[in-house]
Design a protein around this ligand. Sequence first.
Ligand code: SAH
Length: 385
Amino acid sequence: MEKIIVSPRGARRWRRGHPWIYRSDVERSDAAPGVVRAEDTHGNFLGQALWSPPSEISLRFLTSQEAPVDGDWWHDRMAEALAVRDPENLDATGYRIVHAEGDSLPSLIVDKYGEIVVVQLLSAGLEAVRGQVLAAIDTVVNPKSILLRNDASVRRHEDLPLEVEEIRGPIPEFVEVREGAVRYLVAPHTGQKTGCFLDQRENRVLMAGVAHGRALDLFTYQGLFALQMARRAESVVAVDSSAAALEVAAKNAELNGLDNLEWVEANVFDLLREYEREGRQFDTIVLDPPAFARQRSAIDRALRGYKEINLRAMRILAPKGTIFSASCSFHIGRDRFFEMLISAASDSGRRLVLQEITGQSRDHPRILTVPETGYLKAAVLRAVD
Ligand code: SAH
């Protein structure tokens, strides 16, 4: 096996529990991408890792054991990841099986939608062992079909092509899955991420129990929060700027026999201003915007955006109303998110109980020493006045 030498700084990083070693901490090597043996500058074995020569992240730690990382190894790790999800007791047929670094399987995403599995291989090192990885998924999960959604833009940093590939088809345009009492459609080929936003699964079910009166779902995508809330609320207005997403949302409403939803194609920023001017009020509001800060440099602007929509939502919240507010920007940590909420609450003049603090669903595990594995922050706020 090829050997890569890691600097003392890189080795320290691993010992502290972070799986990434950057290019500046490895000795140059012309080893081909794949699984390599990592050693410190004294020749001590550090572990085995995925080697990605084109990437800024050169090494992604797999194991500190010497046993070969072969087909059996991937099989066992896949079985562990699946067992942790406890699918028999999960009240959903769409869920994440592997959350990359969060499951100690760096750069690998595996999502299950009913009998279909959607996979992303997000590093050159992982791509090099794709045969073993896909075989492990096949044996452990035993899906009817497998789709590779390798069109994620991070693959550019790895010099990998962006492509969607049916490993075993046929894969229909839409697959139906269930989340609690709601059924919905996922488009594996074209939907966002691997088809939908599984990270909000538990929060959506949470809101199914909280929603009341007139509900408003902002940034609804294919309507999943709206559908959950529609079972309890009198009516739901759901907003997104994407007409294509709303088309699927409307199909989803039909699938569930729900007729108390209204789909509105609009820019949330403009619409909130309009609702405020018109004096419209809502009893339950969900705010699930896209990541406003995709880079560190965008943090300030993003915070202004988050604050604006939160402040306006607080202003149009009916007395005793409830807001669910989320941010999926990794660069905006929990503290900043809450500072933003506090500042919006204080400007709005509303008195809000912090009813619940939540984050990404449990099938998107966060590792304490790997901040990148946790990105979604959310709060349920209840107006006292
Ligand atoms: N709440 C959804 C996920 C939302 S993803 C769920 O649980 O599945 C973010 C959505 O925001 C996308 O569908 C995108 O089309 C929409 N969007 C982005 N900017 C917007 C804007 N300014 N106004 C309205 N919708 C916007």
